[in-house]
Structures are given as structure tokens and as C-alpha cells.
Design a protein around this ligand. Sequence first.
Ligand SMILES: NC(=O)c1ccc[n+]([C@@H]2O[C@H](COP(=O)([O-])OP(=O)(O)OC[C@H]3O[C@@H](n4cnc5c(N)ncnc54)[C@H](O)[C@@H]3O)[C@@H](O)[C@H]2O)c1
Ligand SMILES: [Zn+2]
Length: 411
Amino acid sequence: MPMASIVNRKSEACDGSPPPYALRVRSVDVPLGDRSYRIQIAPGLLERLGKECSRLKHGRRCAVISDRNVTPLYAKAAHESLSRAGFEPALITVPAGETAKSLDTVRRCYDALATHRLERRSFIVALGGGVVGDLAGFVAATYLRGIAFVQAPTTLLAQVDSSVGGKVGVNLKAGKNLVGAFHQPRLVLCDLDTLRTLPEREFRAGLAEVIKYGIIYDASFFRKLERSLDRILDRDPRVLADVVARCCEIKADVVGKDEKESGLRAILNFGHTVGHALEAISRYGKYLHGEAISIGQVIAAELSSRVLGLPAGEAARIRELFARAGLPTSLRLNARNRGRLVAAMHLDKKVSAGEIKFVLARRIGEVEFGCRVSPEILDRALDSSAPAASVESPEPRRQHSTPNRRSVPAD
Ligand SMILES: NC(=O)c1ccc[n+]([C@@H]2O[C@H](COP(=O)([O-])OP(=O)(O)OC[C@H]3O[C@@H](n4cnc5c(N)ncnc54)[C@H](O)[C@@H]3O)[C@@H](O)[C@H]2O)c1
Ligand SMILES: [Zn+2]
């Protein structure tokens, strides 16, 4: 895998003049022909939502979809900015959390859009984390056979991952993201100020995706994360601007080359085979997604050492960085739950012809997808992921707590 090049990265002032640092906007373009769009990254961008939307030449009517946590914090700023620019926004507030990603909520959104008389030229703004982005994007993909939408992501995970790339969808009882579409946004506005109010646990979970980009694509970015982790955890906006921009560049590059995941895009799933299985067997109640893929990436690094010769020192650096980020890195499973975990891996969407295919690293910054792993090697990697000392039973997932556990049993 080649190191990613800088993709169309610029810094610009709002009015063209050299701005104070806080107002510099980083831009990353997602190159998808006539569906190309720009990601903008800076503090204070919600103020500019209306102005940026008016460049897109859509109709005046629009809807902001947000959730019950984000609406009280940011809907007013979004609404005012849109109104100042001459738009007529309706606000639709959905429940917070994964349960909002349901067909039931989709139907309620359709009804609200119809009440507000949104038409073909109208657009939707997704204001929130990945849940709101996936839901609002799916509503936009299907209402009137598809209308435009803009992503205004407010979690670290959404800014570096879910708002870019056009995968939208909702869950069924049978599983996550089983109904969906590819529908690219017209614009992504990452307002870094919104990250200030993000609960610590959510912030750290987002870091698991950030670290992933270093492992799969860019060794020097991984080193930068090692050097700057403390400032990142302090949410220093200057470092965050660089970090979010680099992640978006990498995702834009990958999506630009393989929009519909026929090959390369699979590398974004590093650590996700085990991570998704872990989320599924704990019924999405114990781990945040970022916590599950933190464990998943440490296990993938272990597998990488055994299958592709990832140097032991690099596997150790991977484990160490997740641990320093306050994320869980090990897993203790009894035999029954280990069986459930492996069975859940076989149910993952990435399985073909009954064989689990892994994304594995040859070096930090260089990965391969479609790697076969024998059941024996998987078993040994799971053995080595057990914590050195035994740990207490985990507390049930709490939405707004700080994780201080570095190893968590899944049963
Ligand atoms: N489409 C994709 O490519 C893609 C990629 C990765 C993940 N996802 C999806 O993203 C979802 C997870 O996203 P998430 O981690 O952002 O979760 P989330 O949207 O549930 O947000 C996490 C929590 O933080 C709250 N919140 C959001 N922004 C806040 C802010 N600025 N201040 C205070 N609270 C805030 C939310 O209300 C919620 O309670 C999952 O459904 C996952 O499937 C999609
Ligand atoms: Zn993920």
C-alpha cells in the first residue's frame, strides 16, 4: 500500500485575507466525478453553514435533522445561519443513540419533511454524530427518490469517518446497517468547536478510528499521533485540525479510488471483523464502536505478526497507543463466548463463501486486504489478547463515562 499523498489540501480565509489561526479552514476534496464534494475543517464553521449551503444552489426549503443531545447545543446556531442566508429550515429532532437508526424514525422524518413541504430541490442537514449522519443521509437518499444532503458532524468519529464516503443506512432487529444506500453528501462541514462538548468516552472512542488511519495508510501520521497524543486528549484545536484533516484526506483518497467497496475500501475495516463481532455478542450494550475496534485492531496486529510478519515492536506500538488513548486493548473470553465471537465473525458482511477475510498489516502504514487466517492462528491470537491479570466484571455501558479499563471481558 503506498503512503497516501496530500489530497487537494488548502488553507483559506473566510474572506480571502490572511486570517487568525482559528479562522483558517482546511479543505479536503472527495474526488467522485459529478458527485465530488468538499470537506471543510475549522472551528466555528456552523456559523457559516447557511453561506456554504447557498453556494450549492438548492431550493430555499430545508430540514436540519439532529438528536436530543445535539439539538439543545447546536441547532440554534445552524438554524440562524441558514435563516440569515435566506433558507427556511425546519428542525427535526430524533432520539439520541443507536436506536434512532431505525425504519420507525425514518418514517417519522419522512412525515415531517412532507409536512414542511420539502420538494426535489430541498436539502437536509445532518447535524450530529454518526447516528444522525447515517439516518439523515438515508432519509435524503430515499425521500422523493433522493434529495441533497449536507453533513455537519459533531463527534470525532463522525468528523473523521462516517460523514465522508456516502454510506448511509439504518438498523433492523436482525442486525446493524442492514438497510442502506450509497448517497454522497454535497458538503461536509466539520466544526471543531463542537468537539468541546463531546463526552470524554465518546471522544476517546473516536480516536480508535483516528489511530486506524495511521496503521492502514500512513506511518508518519502514526508517529505524529504517538508524539501528540497528550495534546489531542486535551482537544487542542490546532492539533485536532491537523488530525481531522489528515484522516479525511486518507478516507477521501480511499473512497475516491473505490467508492462502492469492490476492493481497496475494505482496508477501512482494519480491526472491524473482531470489533463488529464483539459488539454483536455483547448486544451493542457494553462497548462503544471505537472501544470494540480498539480491541479488534490489537488482535488484528497480533494476527498480522503471525501471518504477514508485522514486526513484534510495531505490534507493541499499536497496542501501546490504544492503551495510552484510554481504550481497551485486551479481551478475556470463556470458551462459550469465544465460540460465539467466532460465529459472529462468520456472520459479518465481509465473509464470502464461508471464509473470514481479514485486513492485516505488513508494517505500520501498509496493509493488505482479503487475508486468510486459519482457525488455529485465530485461536492463538485470541489467547494472546487475554489480559495478563484477571479483571473484574465490566460495568454495563454508560453513555457519558470515561473508560479507565484497558482490558474488558466480553462475557
Ligand atoms: N456511514 C459510515 O461510513 C459509518 C462509519 C462509521 C460509523 N458509522 C455509524 O456511526 C454511528 C456511531 O456514530 P457516533 O460514534 O458519532 O455516535 P452517536 O451519533 O450516537 O453520537 C454519540 C453520542 O454523542 C452525542 N453527541 C454528538 N455530538 C455531540 C457533541 N458535539 N456534544 C455532546 N454530545 C454529542 C450524541 O447525542 C450521542 O449520544 C454508528 O451507528 C455507526 O454504524 C457509520
Ligand atoms: Zn469503524
